[in-house]
Design a protein around this ligand. Structure first.
Ligand SMILES: Cc1ncc(COP(=O)(O)O)c(C=O)c1O
Length: 428
């Protein structure tokens, strides 16, 4: 059995390439059964819709002969193939060796597990650095691990006016005692992409590890984990068209130095020693199919090179095209929001940012706007999105904010619908 045997013709998406976007969004949308609901989805940062190819890969794997990993029977070989394909898929997506790819139930679970394994090497007086920009999944695991080890927590601050990390506080936070810096590659609340490489260089200069939350970033950018300076990097396929799980990427040599709690009979091999219990083979197959889907959105778009036939090169070209498409829509959205005047405050202002806009509506509740938009089948959630620290740092006088997040399948009509809906809400 070929686990990737579900034939979905994506060539039409790339071959109908139009304009600077490099792909035909109408053809792309046709691959997503759920979009037939008519909902305009701005909730991508919370989780994207799923293309048929991903669902087919999950179904094909779970309905084919399937046992525990092995080579003795076709069912064992199918399980093994699902794992091997998953590791290679995420190696291609993230730019690390396949032995450096660890599956987890979620990015949160992986970060908690790794924080415990890493903190075994910490001593009282050691220091750990976290930021006021991060989702709590890249804050609390490190704060708790530091407390348990007697380590000191230092904070890199967020400037609520610019939505950027405060560079002076980066310099102050990293010291000779720093053992680890945890930082996001992109904020799920504000879209801010901080200067991860510069922070990583400062951390490495004092011998500290760098743990990067790439959950929001991976949905919008071509990822190169070593180039980012990340020693450990987590992402979640359900944020980029895949199923609900988490992935950690690291140098296998680093993984060899870490020793998580594990069962006695389970393997001590890397990366399996970090994956407790039996793997969800069907989810792995779906996650791999998401990588293949991304790679085929626009493999011939700007950025493709002579070596464009490798999956990593196709991913580079496709994600470049997705970035162009989403950035164009983001500008349309920003122009439309600006035209609504002082009744809309856009908090996403960083120089480098993803197509995720956080807004509040002075004098009104964003929760009411969320409900109003829902009545028009426009899904733009109101909340703080587990971004506990940055949300508090913004000091808003609304207990929620409205998040407008763009995904590859959003189009001009979606943008027009959310702008019309907001205008109607404000006119009420
Ligand atoms: C930036 C960021 N980090 C971490 C997480 C947690 O990811 P998971 O649900 O895979 O634990 C999220 C989820 O929304 C996120 O947006």
């Amino acid at each position: 059995m070929r686990l990737d045997s579900q034939e979905t013709d994506l060539t039409s998406i790339a071959s109908a390439a139009t304009g600077s976007a490099g792909f035909d969004v109408t053809a792309l949308r046709a691959q997503f059964p759920s979009l037939a609901s008519g909902i305009a989805h701005f909730d991508g940062p919370g989780g994207t819709q799923t293309p048929r190819r991903v669902a087919d890969a999950i179904a094909a794997t779970i309905t084919s002969p399937l046992s525990n990993r092995g080579t003795g029977s076709v069912s064992e070989a199918n399980a093994d193939a699902a794992v091997t394909a998953f590791r290679q898929g995420y190696a291609d997506l993230l730019g690390v060796p396949a032995r450096g790819i660890v599956h987890g139930r979620s990015a949160t679970q992986l970060t908690f597990d790794f924080s415990r394994a890493i903190a075994r090497q910490w001593r009282p007086g050691d220091e750990v650095v976290v930021t006021r920009l991060d989702h709590d999944a890249n804050v609390r695991p490190w704060v708790i691990a530091a407390e348990n080890a007697g380590a000191v927590v230092r904070w890199i601050d967020l400037d609520p006016v610019t939505a950027e990390l405060d560079s002076a506080s980066v310099e102050a936070a990293v010291t000779e005692r720093t053992r680890l810096v945890a930082v996001t590659a992109a904020s799920n609340l504000l879209g801010t992409k901080p200067a991860v490489r510069a922070i990583a260089d400062a951390a490495h200069a004092v011998g500290a590890l760098v743990h990067v939350d790439g959950v929001h970033y991976t949905a919008h950018q071509f990822v190169d984990v070593p180039a980012l300076g990340a020693d450990l990097f987590v992402c979640s396929p359900y944020k980029f068209l895949g199923p609900h799980c988490g992935v950690l990427a690291a140098d296998p040599d680093l993984l060899e130095t870490l020793h998580p709690d594990k069962l006695l009979p389970s393997t001590n091999a890397v990366p399996e020693r970090f994956e407790l219990g039996t793997l969800p083979y069907e989810t792995l197959a779906g996650a791999t199919a998401a990588v293949d889907f991304l790679a085929e959105i626009a493999p011939g778009a700007v950025g493709a090179t002579e070596a464009g036939s490798s999956r990593r090169e196709r991913l580079r070209a496709s994600l470049h095209a997705v970035d162009e498409h989403e950035t164009r829509l983001r500008r349309l959205l920003e122009d439309g929001l600006a035209a609504l005047g002082a009744e809309v405050v856009v908090h996403s202002r960083a120089a480098d940012r993803t197509p995720t806009l956080l807004i509040t509506l002075p004098g009104r509740k964003t929760w009411d706007a969320y409900q109003f938009l829902l009545g028009r089948d426009v899904l733009a959630p109101a909340g703080s999105f587990y971004a506990y620290e940055p949300f508090r740092r913004l000091g808003l006088d609304d207990e929620h904010a409205l998040r407008l997040g763009l995904a590859p399948y959003n189009d001009d009509t979606d943008v027009a619908r959310v702008l019309d809906g907001l205008a109607a809400f404000l006119a009420k």
